[in-house]
Design a binder for this molecule. Sequence first.
Ligand code: CP3
Length: 343
Amino acid sequence: MGLDGSRFLRACRREEVDRPPVWFMRQAGRYLPEYLALRRGRTFMESARDPAHCAAITLQPVTRFGVDAAILFADIMSPLDGVALPFEISAGVGPVIASPVCTLAAVRALSRFAASEMAYLGDAIGRIKAALGAETPLIGFAGAPFTMACYLIEGRGSRDFLSARRLLHDAPEFWHALMQWLSEMTIDYLRFQVESGVDALQLFDSWVGLVSPGDYRRAVFPYMRSIGSAVASWGVPLIHFGAGCSGLLELMAEAAGDVVGVDWRVELGEAWQRIGWERGIQGNLDPSVLLASPEVIRGKVAEVLRAADGRRGHIFNVGHGLSPQTPPEHVACAVAAVRAWQA
Ligand code: CP3
């Protein structure tokens, strides 16, 4: 068949497919017993920086469920290894950055991304590609500049990222310098993943739903546009995901991506109309549905597929990452329901 003929890459290009491809954000993770077994006694980044572990974890959901794409096991903080900014992924907390970046002087002191500092990831990508063969594509990814700025400024997760949003309003010179540095770093990091062999890319702008459309246009859009143009020139499909973004969909679609990833707070058919039929759409099952009974899961999967109406360019996914409480059999049930779908 060859990778170019794969359901996932064909859907990214809005070509005809036999059925929508399916994969899940956070498909490798704590809900899988085989993941917990491999992670035992190791921190998240110890596993992520070990090419054999990273490859094994990436492949677990492909082996178990036969999903139509693999996603590289890493975190949105991973490229900080390439700029020598120390961080940890702390159990139950998430990213923690040793020295948050809150001043213009701190931005000016940041160094340029060096792929040589992330040889482990290139090695992992090579191993994963060899194991996947010509059947299943591998998605690389990065956090988008706004979401990365939230963590760099606050130093850790937050419900509302108020300090970051205050600086967006109150310190324009700082904000633009940080976003400029982040977008260059992101382009370098994504290019490194493509040169190492990934077949498609996703940008996670998980928290950008916190900003108003006017602020998005001024303080986020230009940076997304420059990443989107760079990726487009490489000829690799790009998925642009945001959560809680129903007020921003047109702007996000205009800024970057062949495919826009949406969550369940917006009806999929309506979202698609707004982003334009010339783009693909990814989503948008509420991940909490996967905690419900198999019968409910089949019904809700059908609802998403009906909203997509068999149009070319739909990639079935959850609207945000799977939660650690998800029973793996329920993920298998959703995959089976997508496979069995007849429009
Ligand atoms: O999707 C995948 O399977 C690929 C792996 C992946 C991880 N993080 C692994 C991970 C991806 C794509 C991410 C992206 C990521 N990381 C995002 C964007 C997507 C989203 O969910 O919005 C964000 C915001 C982060 C930052 C981050 N890392 C958070 C908020 C957390 C969770 C904290 C917690 O403990 O609940 C992490 C840790 C993390 N990254 C885990 C995994 C599997 C869980 C921790 C662990 O397994 O030890």
